[in-house]
Design a protein. Structure first.
Length: 435
């Protein structure tokens, strides 16, 4: 058994005490949780827990209070106009995030961002919580200002309700450090053609000692293994599975890729010829880490897993540096290639020509179908001769843990959740021999 990477997550939910993650057992949020009277964004089950968290919350809380004073409001989202569109709601929260960062003179933490992205407002009309919001009994993640709005939103919310509940349950389990171990003592000559077949063949849920359902455990497994399994799927598609040595550039990497590096020795189980796997992580959010090992079987077979970190670098800077090593394949997980096109935050413009001129297979994953299409459209704008092997297809090895989507709300929302590596595209140079 190999212990899964675990992190004591400081995830924010307006329906949970932020210190112990206890949920209100009432339908109304105001009946049990005590909201911070400073920022009016975060809640606690009692005064003691509020005091415990104050040293961590104080600076952000004061910044929000300063912003409210500047805007002459009692809540940062007080002046939401009637019939606010999804776009306007996203723009407003983005503006509030930027204003808070300006006051603090730093980027917000993931938890602070969640407080501003997922505030306690009516899921249907965005009315700010004034003590009468009612939680959805199913997911305990969204609230409504009236039974009428709950009923009117039901046809849209029901598509995501169970997924949101799964997301909440898994985040609470991660916070308490009660996620299961992952058994990596498996392997084979080829990958299964579906996640269900993979699960049935290689995951023995009965042997895993935890209090989770099979669905919850499977979600954790596939989220942890999604990056290496998706990579393997691409390796077989591009004909690189016979290689003895592989150098992989993981571009735009961050915490998600780094946290799950210990799971990459699964690659050796499916590639019997592979002896050396060299992962090079490049990106502004990359940081160096150590301490992960390969399994005993791989070690005895002489396999080597090497992780090289290039922190704070954009890819075109790395390519022109003395550290550059020619890749056998480039992978980009959930990189947001088309998110900031033309804006100041667009960090891909100068790197894309380097990627397209790499003369090796390139794999890119995206959170949604629309994002995948936009990513491929941007790549196709470069006049390079490439052959597309996979275009915007659903990835059978997507991460199965639902993630809350802050850009969706209320009527006509496609889904309130998204998944890591949900869609995949793969292309190779025309001169590349796929065998």
């Amino acid at each position: 058994m190999k212990e899964m990477p675990q992190e004591r997550l400081d995830t924010f939910y307006s329906s949970l005490c932020h210190v112990c993650k206890a949920s209100t057992d009432k339908s109304s949020l105001s009946q049990s949780l005590k909201k911070c009277q400073g920022c009016k964004l975060i809640s606690y089950c009692d005064v003691d827990h509020q005091r415990v968290h104050w040293s961590k919350h104080r600076v952000f809380c004061k910044a929000v209070q300063k912003l409210m004073k500047t805007l002459y409001v009692n809540h940062v989202y007080e002046n939401i106009a009637a019939n606010f569109s999804r776009k306007e709601w996203c723009e407003l929260r983005t503006k509030i995030v930027m204003l808070c960062q300006k006051i603090l003179k730093r980027s917000l933490s993931a938890c602070e961002l969640e407080m501003l992205y997922f505030p306690s407002v009516c899921q249907y009309c965005l009315k700010v919580d004034s003590g009468n919001l009612k939680l959805c009994d199913g997911c305990r993640c969204v609230s409504y200002c009236s039974d009428k709005h709950l009923q009117e939103d039901a046809r849209y919310h029901n598509k995501s309700c169970k997924k949101l509940k799964l997301c909440l349950d898994l985040d609470i389990a991660a916070f308490h450090g009660s996620l299961p171990a992952v058994n990596l003592e498996f392997g084979g000559r080829c990958l299964c053609h579906s996640a269900e077949n993979f699960s049935a063949q290689f995951m023995d849920f009965a042997s895993i000692s935890n209090n989770m359902s099979d669905e919850q455990t499977s979600s954790i497994y596939f989220t942890i293994l999604s990056c290496p399994l998706t990579f393997l799927h691409t390796i077989f598609k591009t004909g690189l599975h016979h290689s003895e040595y592989l150098t992989v550039h993981i571009i735009g990497a961050g915490d998600y890729e780094i946290q799950h590096l210990p799971m990459w020795d699964i690659v050796f189980h499916w590639l019997p010829n592979l002896k050396r796997l060299h992962l090079i992580l490049v990106g502004p959010e990359v940081y160096a880490t150590s301490g992960f090992t390969i399994c005993s079987n791989c070690e005895q077979s002489g396999c080597k897993l090497i992780a090289e970190f290039c922190p704070g670098q954009l890819y075109h800077n790395y390519v022109s540096s003395s550290e550059f090593t020619t890749p056998d394949i480039i992978v980009m997980y959930n990189c947001g290639l088309s998110e900031f096109v033309g804006g100041e935050e667009d960090t891909w413009q100068r790197s894309l020509p380097c990627i397209m001129a790499s003369n090796c297979p390139v794999m890119i994953t995206s959170y949604t179908a629309r994002e995948a299409e936009n990513d491929m459209r941007r790549l196709s704008a470069f006049d390079q001769k490439t052959k597309v092997l996979t275009k915007c297809e659903e990835n059978i090895f997507l991460g199965r843990k639902p993630m809350r989507d802050w850009e969706q709300f209320g009527p006509y929302s496609d889904s309130l959740v998204f998944y890591h590596n949900a869609f995949i595209s793969v292309f190779v140079p025309n001169t590349f021999n796929v065998s």
